[in-house]
Write a protein that binds this ligand. Structure first.
Ligand SMILES: Cc1cc2nc3c(=O)[nH]c(=O)nc-3n(C[C@H](O)[C@H](O)[C@H](O)COP(=O)(O)OP(=O)(O)OC[C@H]3O[C@@H](n4cnc5c(N)ncnc54)[C@H](O)[C@@H]3O)c2cc1C
Length: 474
């Protein structure tokens, strides 16, 4: 528990209305979108300008109080759970879109801007910011940059990192630093803005973001194809990618979410054991038509069941069904273990086959969904952490899935980050020399380890976990 004196000083820095310390408020900031990690902070502060962010961090450093940066709290790695108590520094009230510059194709935003609001504002000017985490209605730009988020569109357009031109960051000791600039080319020293992109709130608090924008595509088409099994769908994805079309999105849902599509696709020949590929091509209208035909032809090699949405309204219904996967699966089990591995695209079918074998061996239900076009999967194991034996089998299955992804040349996390969830695999997933460099960077930027302690590097944390308040599986 932090000293009440510190809470008083936070009130003086940020104003009474921007500091929360009531029990019910603290509970609201004790979890994220995982269902396994919960821990209440001692206080929540919602600064409204960068000077306040700086003063809060200086105060925290002087008193060695843990600070957990937080945006919308939608992450699925435990990243914004204040596992060591202290201060939650929530940036949602820094929520201005400062500039949208059509002539230079850039925007300047504060971290609390909600992604959907940003894209709505851009669309009015015929522009767009492609990375599209499927939590776009609630996630904030600070969280998007801190997680280097992806999403379906990243297949064609790349992840957040490719759009960050510059950042303003507040370091652990309160220093405000400006990185990068307004130009897409910038070879002036080390690219420090990239270092903070994807750093999960462990290196600094992002207080302003300069982003590269693109003109919005003029047209798009959505193709739905159903396959008899997961492996055939995976092979089809590999064939599409190996062909001459780069779709903007290729998404996959297995038969667990099939029922969401059944209502949209009234066809007696479809049965609930089938799996769905959802593909979007975009660009100029004539290119879109040609690419739609090429994608259809590739799918036809593996399935007779293909439908092209007639308009954007029909297409949006399919995309909504795809987005429902996470909540749908979450509602079917007391506990889910949601993974985020990424494998090379020519290994997709093999990865799915081996993962299914693991699930069979450990006798646990598994569902697959994900941004399969870029090899990024979210295998979800359904379990119940009140049943120790079942939960252990689920974890063993997940361990094997991660081993499989790594052995196929894949990575531990495609987009969700390490947070609390994936620390135990880091040593397998990274070169020891790389881990050494990363830890030195952490030591330089946050020598007291007050920023998001317990995340990514728990073993080196200078603030011990309180075992009586941590409930990793409850
Ligand atoms: C249904 C669902 C679908 C999702 N789909 C996707 C997807 O398709 N692709 C994808 O990549 N992710 C996805 N996510 C994960 C998540 O939504 C994204 O990572 C999102 O960008 C997090 O934004 P947030 O504002 O909620 O951040 P939070 O969850 O609040 O925080 C995430 C991390 O960023 C840090 N952070 C937040 N704000 C700041 C700041 N201002 N400065 C420094 N650090 C900060 C936090 O400490 C934490 O480590 C999904 C989540 C859900 C629940």
């Amino acid at each position: 528990m932090i000293d009440s004196n510190i809470i008083d000083r936070l009130r003086r820095i940020a104003g009474n209305e921007n500091v929360l310390a009531a029990r019910e408020d603290l509970l609201a900031y004790s979890y994220d979108a995982t269902n396994t990690w919960k821990h209440a902070p001692d206080v929540v502060v919602l600064p409204v300008n960068v000077a306040q962010v700086s003063e809060i961090l200086r105060l925290a450093s002087e008193n060695r109080v843990p600070v957990t940066p937080r945006g919308g709290g939608t992450n699925v790695s435990g990243g914004s759970v204040p596992i060591k108590g202290g201060i939650v520094l929530c940036t949602t009230r820094l929520d201005r879109i400062i500039e949208i510059n059509r002539a230079n194709l850039h925007a300047v935003v504060e971290p609390g801007v909600v992604l959907q609001d940003f894209n709505t504002a851009l669309a009015r000017q015929g522009l767009f910011f492609p990375p599209d985490p499927q939590s776009f209605a609630g996630c904030t730009m600070g969280g998007v940059v801190a997680e280097n988020s992806g999403g379906p569109s990243c297949l064609k357009y790349g992840v957040t990192r490719q759009y960050v031109l510059g950042l303003e960051v507040v370091l652990a000791d309160g220093t405000v630093v400006k990185l990068g600039g307004l130009t897409p080319k910038n070879r002036t020293g080390y690219e420090l803005a990239m270092l903070f992109t994807g750093s999960e709130g462990t290196l600094g608090v992002i207080s302003r973001i300069i982003l590269r924008l693109l003109p919005a595509p003029k047209a798009s088409r959505t193709i739905v194809a159903a396959f008899d099994d997961v492996a055939t769908a995976g092979e089809t994805v590999s064939s599409i990618i190996a062909g001459s079309v780069l779709p903007s999105k290729v998404e996959f849902v297995d038969n667990w979410t099939f029922e969401k599509f059944r209502g949209l696709l009234p066809d007696e020949t479809l049965d609930s054991s089938q799996v769905i590929l959802l593909i979007q091509v975009d660009g100029l209208p004539e290119t879109v038509e040609a690419e739609t035909q090429l994608v259809e032809a590739t799918c036809q090699q593996n399935t007779p069941w293909i439908k092209v949405a007639v308009d954007s309204t029909e297409a949006e219904r399919y995309w909504q069904a795809r987005r429902a996967h996470f909540s749908d699966i979450s509602s079917r089990a007391h506990t889910i273990v949601n993974e985020d591995v990424s494998v090379p695209r020519d290994k997709i079918a093999e990865f799915i086959r081996l993962s299914q074998e693991s699930a069979r061996r450990h006798d646990v239900p598994i569902s697959f969904a994900g941004h399969v076009g870029d090899g990024n999967f979210h295998p979800v194991v359904l379990t119940d952490n009140r049943d120790r034996e079942h939960y252990q089998r689920a974890l063993m299955c997940v361990d094997e899935i991660i081993e499989t992804a790594l052995s196929l040349g894949g990575v531990l996390s495609g987009e969700h980050g390490i947070g609390l969830e994936k620390q135990r695999f880091l040593k397998k997933a990274l070169d020891p020399a790389a881990i050494n460099i990363m830890k030195k960077i952490k030591d330089v930027l946050d020598p007291l380890h007050i920023l998001n302690p317990g995340k990514i590097w728990e073993e080196d944390s200078k603030i011990p976990l309180n075992p009586f308040r941590v409930n990793p599986s409850g």
